[in-house]
Ligand binder design. Sequence first.
Ligand SMILES: Nc1nc2c(c(=O)[nH]1)N[C@H]1C(S)=C(S)[C@@H](COP(=O)(O)OP(=O)(O)OC[C@H]3O[C@@H](n4cnc5c(=O)[nH]c(N)nc54)[C@H](O)[C@@H]3O)O[C@H]1N2
Ligand SMILES: Nc1nc2c(c(=O)[nH]1)N[C@H]1C(S)=C(S)[C@@H](COP(=O)(O)OP(=O)(O)OC[C@H]3O[C@@H](n4cnc5c(=O)[nH]c(N)nc54)[C@H](O)[C@@H]3O)O[C@H]1N2
Ligand SMILES: [Mo]
Length: 752
Amino acid sequence: MAAGGWQSLKAVARYTLEEGNAALITRALLQQNKTDGFACVSCAWAKPAEPRVAEFCENGAKATAWELTSRRLSPEFFDTHPVSELRGWSDHDLEAGGRLTAPMRYDRATDRYVEVTWDEAIADIAARLRALRAEDPKSAVFYASGRASLETSYAWQLFARVYGNNNLPDSSNMCHESTSVALPESIGVPIGTVHLEDFGQADCLLFVGQNPGVNSPRMLHLIKEARDRGVPIISFNPLRESGLVRFVDPQSPMQMLTPASTTVSTQYLQVKVGGDLAAMTGVAKALLTSAVAGGQGLDREFIAQHTHGFDAFAAWAMQQPWEDIERESGLARAALERVAAVLGGAKAVIAVYGMGLTQHRLGVKNVQMLCNLLLMGGHMGRPGAGICPVRGHSNVQGQRTVGITEKPELAPLDQLAAQYVFKPPRDKGLDTVGACQGVLDGSVRAMLNLGGNLLRSVPDNTRLEPAWSRLALTVHVATKLNHTHLVPGETSYLLPCIGRIEIDRQAGREQRVSMEDSTGFIHASQGVAEPADERFRSELAIVSALAEATVGDAAQVPWAGWREDYARVRAAIATTYPKIFHDFETRFVLPGGFPKPNAARERDWKTPTGKANFIVPGALVADPDAPGHPPQTLRLMTMRSDDQFNTTIYSLDDRFRDVSGTRNVLFMNEADIARHGLQAGQRIDVRTAADDGVVREVRGLTVRAYDIPEGCVAGYYPECNPLVPLWHHAEGSHVPAYKSVPILVQPENAIP
Ligand SMILES: Nc1nc2c(c(=O)[nH]1)N[C@H]1C(S)=C(S)[C@@H](COP(=O)(O)OP(=O)(O)OC[C@H]3O[C@@H](n4cnc5c(=O)[nH]c(N)nc54)[C@H](O)[C@@H]3O)O[C@H]1N2
Ligand SMILES: Nc1nc2c(c(=O)[nH]1)N[C@H]1C(S)=C(S)[C@@H](COP(=O)(O)OP(=O)(O)OC[C@H]3O[C@@H](n4cnc5c(=O)[nH]c(N)nc54)[C@H](O)[C@@H]3O)O[C@H]1N2
Ligand SMILES: [Mo]
C-alpha cells in the first residue's frame, strides 16, 4: 500500500469523528504548523516558512485529534476504577479515556487517585522534595519527554540544578543521543546540518534506518519533489517501508485520481538488522576502488583541506574483505557498488537517518560511518548536502539547547551561577539508563516526570516496575493517563497540564511558547483551542510553582514573574545563550522561525583537530556481542506502527504492514519460520538470549511471515520492551539497543 492518498485522508476523518469535537479539531488543523498557529505535537520535522493550506500529515492530524478529544478522565472516573484494575488496561484503552482533568494524589488505603487542590499538591510535593534534598540532593531525577516548550524546559533544568543535581535525562537518551555523541566528534556540532531549502538542491537522497512515511510524513512532500526532479533515492532498511517504496500525494488531486503513484526509492537495500556498518563499509570500499581506477567518488580537494583521518579510514575500509561485508550486511557486492556509483556521481547528497542507526550497540559508530560516506564526497557544508538526523519528539532537540542534559560540560554552568546566584552542581547526572539503574538499586528516591511513560518506553521495564513502586515520590505532569501513572511510589501525584494546542492564558494574556525543530529552526507556537478543563495549569506554571515552593530560597530566580509572562523566560534564555537566542522575541515569530548557528554548515569545524574527522568504525556489525549467542538466536528490532506515537497507541492496526486488530506479532522471514519448525499464524513465546541470570520473555506473539532478511525479526515497541536488557545499550551514548536484541523463539507454552 502506498503512503499518503485517500486512505490517509480517510484515516484523518475517522480520527476527527471518533474523538468528538470534530469542528474544533478541523479548525485547529488549519492552524497546525502555521506562523500564527501551533507547532504540531507529533514529530519534530521542520515547519516551512510558507506553509501549505493543510500543513499537516495523517499522523499529525491524529495527534491533534487525540489531544483535543471530547473525552475526559475526571476524578469521578477514578472513584470507580482502582489503580490495580487500571494497571491491567492496555496502553490504547488508558489514553483513549481522554484528558486528565484535575490534580490527583494516590490514596493507598482505597487504591485510588483522588482529587486534591493545586496548593495542596504543590506544597506536599515540595515538602517531600525538600526532605529528600536534605538527605541527598542526588536522589531525585527530573525526566523530560521532549514535548515541553523551550521556556518550560529551561525552567526545568534550572529547577534540577538549583535543587542540586544534573539528573536531567530526557527521551533523547533513548533516541538520538548517539547522534549527539557522534556528530561533535565527526563534524563539531551535535545536530544535523541540513535545512529545508537544501532538499530542493540535493541531487541524491540517502535514507538509512528512518521511516518517513510513518514518523515524519510531512517529509514525503520533499521526497516527492525530489523524485519529480529525477533525484535518485537510496534506502537502507531491513523492511520495505511503504513511504520509502511508493507515495501518493494527498494534496495532489490529480495523483490521487489516478492509480499512478511516485516510486520513491530508486535503490532499496534490505540490509540485515545491524548490518549498516558493513553495508556502508562496502560502499566506501567501492568508492575508493573506483577513485583509484580514475573514476568519480572522492572530493580530494575537500578531503585535503577540510578533513582529518582519511588515510587511516581508507586503509581500514580497503582491508575489509568483500566476503565479510556481504555476510554481515546481507547485501551483494554488486548492489553496494551500484550505490557507490550513484553517490560518486552526485554533487549534493543528503543523508537522512533515524533509529535504525542510533539504537544499536555501535549506534555512535553507525552515525559516524554515515558521516564518513558524506565526507568522502565533500557533502558537508555545501548547499543541497549534509547530514539529517530526524529527531523524535517535537521539541526534544530544543530541550538540549536550553540545558536539559545530564552532562554538566554541555550546560553553561558558570553563566547560570552568575545569572541566578547559586552554585550549580558540577558532577555528571543520570541519563535514562542511569536513572533506571538508580531506581533498581534504590539510590533514586524520587522520579519527577515532565511527560513520558517510562515504564513502557525503557528497556527491562518488567524488571523495573516493582522497584519503581518502592520510590518515595513519583510525580507526573501529563495530559493523558498511562501505565507509568498506575505504578505509584509511596507518594504519587498526577498533575494535568494544558497541551500545546490549547490557549495558555497567564495574567490575563495569551502566551506564546517556542520549540526547535529537527533542522535547528526555532519557532513560536500559540495555542488555538480553549483548554479542555479549567483546572488545568500550564507546564511552565506547574514547574515554576514546584520550583518556587521547593528551592525558592536557594537561588535568585523570578519563578512567579516567569509564569505571568513567558517573554521574561525568553529574555532569560537569551541572557544565558546570547549567540543562539539574541533578539529572541522578534525573531521567533518570523515565518519559518530562526536558525540556530551551525558551524559545520559553514565548514567551520569545532572539533579537537579543527577539521571534520573520518572515524574508523573498527567493526562491521553493530552488535559486537552477537558471536557469543546460541546458533538459533534471531536479531529482534522493535519498531513503531503506523498508528502510534511512541507509547501512545491510537489503534491496534498497522495499515502499511497489513496488520489489524493486534500488536502482538513477530515478523519473521519464511525460511526462519521453517527452520524453527513453526508456521505462520502460530503463537509463540520469545525469550532474550542473555546469560545474566535474568529471564526476559514476552509470551503469546503470533508469527507473521514477512519480507525481512533471514536471521532478523521485528516486533512492536513498547510490547517487546521487556526483552531488552538495560545494559544492552550503545557504547558512548547509552541509547538502548532497541534495534538489535538477541532472542530465541519457542512454540507457545513450550517453555515452562
Ligand atoms: N507517527 C509517529 N511519528 C513519530 C513517532 C511515532 O511513534 N509515531 N515517534 C517519534 C520519535 S520519538 C522518534 S525518535 C522518531 C522515530 O522515527 P524512526 O527513526 O523512523 O523510528 P523507527 O520506526 O523506530 O525505526 C526506523 C526504521 O529503522 C528501520 N531499522 C530497524 N533496524 C535497522 C537497522 O539495523 N538498519 C537500518 N538501516 N534500518 C533499521 C526500521 O525498519 C524502521 O523503518 O519518530 C518520531 N515521530
Ligand atoms: N523498544 C523500543 N523502545 C523505545 C523505542 C524504540 O524504538 N523501541 N524508542 C525510544 C524513543 S526514540 C523515545 S523518544 C522514547 C519515548 O519515551 P517517553 O518519553 O517515555 O514516551 P511517550 O510515549 O512519548 O510519552 C507519552 C506520554 O506523554 C504524556 N504527554 C503527552 N503530551 C504531553 C504534553 O504536552 N505534556 C506533558 N507534560 N505530557 C504529555 C502523556 O501522558 C503520554 O501518555 O521511547 C523509547 N523506547
Ligand atoms: Mo525518540
